[in-house]
Design a protein around this ligand. Structure first.
Ligand code: GLN
Length: 540
């Protein structure tokens, strides 16, 4: 296959959670800063068609793209680092590959052949590897292979990578292997053996890694690097040290210092197009690390024991905080632990409150008490998706006096379904990929806080939900001070609610956190932090 697009594959060894996504995003950032158009795709070895049906405790947050794909949270890192959108094609699972192959088999497309892992599954994987490259838009495509080498389920992906080398030729193909060099404190030694073994496994599969990126808590001395180079069959200058970083946003600069981008470019015969030296990125880091003020924000949700479940929200606070030179101290508080009697104590000392997205009844009452607290104490509040729905329920119950108001998700028989299913959702039986997903337009009402935040009328934001604000209740709500600040111009659905007489009380049916990036902090998060700073200083 003749190709002008260069393909970089990133595999992982020794253990999971080494941060392949961050290394992939950092390398992509460095190449982007040298003028290349880069995208990243992730291939996940599990059998779910996408992570949309996974419990956040299993796999962290489900990220949503503009075009409505429910994806691995690493795609969030790719977008936040690169400031470019990803699509349905940027995340592929084993489940999707098998589904495609089985669908073709049922259609008779294999013309009577026995359908097998090799070549049919591997061919399907390869055609998905190449899909984004076919657009001709990218100079470089980085493919992250989920899991660890040696896992049974990633074998077909590894085999497909082996075959790709021969399709593309060695100037267009490169494998970066991310590995761990553990430190044994009793022996005061860094150990290379686990890496030697994981590389051996790759070699057994027919893949010679070109570059080793070595996660370590201590600097790698030259003798350790030499040993790794010798036993793993890589050039000495391709053994790259990746020390633990203070922030994920330091990693691109650390990798630049270690010359990861230069090694990659030399191997792929690429020369720099334009060099931006990452000025804006450094400016962001400077602000992040030198805050002039700080605020305490409560993130109230039911998945708080696994912060990865709120990855994009947490990162949005980092971006907005840095832009305002404000350290955002996030306090993750379980909504299940909050009740009428302890709410004041639990939320004491907070300058602002975010009620998180979520599903199901568990922790709902705690969220309602939290919203009431923010509303009555004049504390800046941002409610996202379920957080917005809860704000509506709280208002209906405590201001309109509709005691049993609820979402039909929680109580299908509520007499006051202030949040309810849309008509087109009513007959859906299949759970996967059937929510309202992806980007939809919204028109903001002039004079609202949301309008001030965005500074324009027409916006687009990403969605992931089934239930909606029930229009029937809009008039009485508006009469009592909860207004629709944003409406979908095509369907008239309420997308944002706000309280009129409050320093900052905004609930969004969409997820602003999916669009916040390092270089473009999200306007609503910026405004929310600004309101908490103002509110805090007015209290003194
Ligand atoms: N469970 C709610 C719905 O489906 C909210 C979803 C969310 O917060 N992402 O509408």
């Amino acid at each position: 296959m003749a190709s002008s697009t260069k393909y970089i594959f990133i595999t992982g060894g020794v253990t999971s959670s080494l941060g392949k996504g961050i290394i992939a995003a950092s390398l992509a950032k460095l190449l982007q800063s040298r003028g290349f158009s880069v995208t990243i795709q992730k291939f996940d070895p599990y059998l779910n068609i996408d992570p949309g049906t996974l419990n956040p405790y299993e796999h962290g947050e489900c990220y949503v793209t503009e075009d409505g794909a429910e994806t691995d949270l690493d795609l969030g890192h790719y977008e936040r680092f690169l400031n470019v959108s990803t699509t349905q094609d940027n995340n592929v699972t084993t489940g999707r590959i098998y589904n495609n192959v089985i669908t073709k088999e049922r259609k008779g497309e294999y013309l009577g052949k026995t359908v097998q892992v090799i070549p049919h599954i591997t061919d399907e994987i390869k055609s998905n590897f190449y899909k984004l490259g076919e657009s001709g838009k990218y100079d470089v495509i980085i493919t992250e292979i989920g899991g660890c080498v040696g896992d049974i389920e990633s074998l077909p992906f590894i085999e497909a990578v082996r075959q790709v080398r021969w399709d593309l030729g060695s100037n267009n193909f490169l494998v970066v292997h991310l590995t761990l060099i553990p430190y044994l404190s009793a022996a005061k030694e860094l150990k290379t053996k686990p890496t030697q073994h994981s590389v051996k496994q790759l070699l057994e599969a027919g893949i010679q890694p070109d570059i080793l990126v070595c996660r370590t808590e201590h600097h790698l001395p030259m003798d350790v690097k030499k040993k790794l180079a010798l036993f793993c069959n890589v050039q000495l200058n391709c053994v790259i040290e990746a020390m633990d970083a203070e922030s994920i946003y330091d990693v691109p600069l650390l990798m630049k210092k270690e010359k990861l981008d230069e090694r990659v470019m030399a191997k792929l015969k690429l020369s720099t197009k334009t060099n931006t030296e990452l000025e804006q990125w450094k400016d962001f880091l400077g602000r992040l690390k030198n805050p002039t003020q700080e605020v305490q924000i409560g993130l109230i949700g039911k998945y708080v024991s696994l912060p990865d479940a709120y990855k994009s929200i947490i990162e949005s606070f980092t971006h907005a905080g840095a832009a305002l030179e404000c350290k955002v101290n996030l306090h993750l508080i379980s909504s299940e632990e909050i009740n009428k009697d302890n709410v004041e104590k639990k939320l004491e000392g907070l300058d602002g409150i975010l009620v998180a997205p979520g599903f199901g009844e568990r922790g709902l009452e705690g969220k309602i008490e939290t919203v009431k607290f923010a509303r009555t104490k004049g504390l800046p509040f941002l409610g996202i998706c379920l957080g917005m729905q809860v704000a509506v329920i709280e208002f209906a119950r405590n201001i309109l006096g509709l005691e049993k108001a609820n979402s039909t998700e929680m109580d299908p028989n509520t007499p006051d379904p202030v949040i309810a299913l849309m008509e087109e959702q009513k007959n859906i039986v299949q759970m996967g990929g059937t929510m309202r997903l992806g980007s939809y337009p919204c028109e903001l009402t002039k004079g609202t806080k949301s309008f001030t935040a965005y500074g324009k009328v027409r916006i687009n934001e990403r969605h992931r939900h089934r239930y909606e604000f029930n229009d029937k209740y809009l008039k009485p709500m508006e009469k009592h001070g909860m207004i629709a600040a944003g409406i979908n111009p095509d369907t008239n659905l309420v997308e944002i609610v706000e309280l009129k007489n409050h320093p900052f009380f905004v609930g969004t049916q969409f997820h602003p956190e999916y669009r916040s990036t390092v270089l473009n902090a999200h306007p609503l998060f910026l405004r929310f932090i600004k309101a908490t700073i103002d509110n805090k200083t007015s209290d003194i």
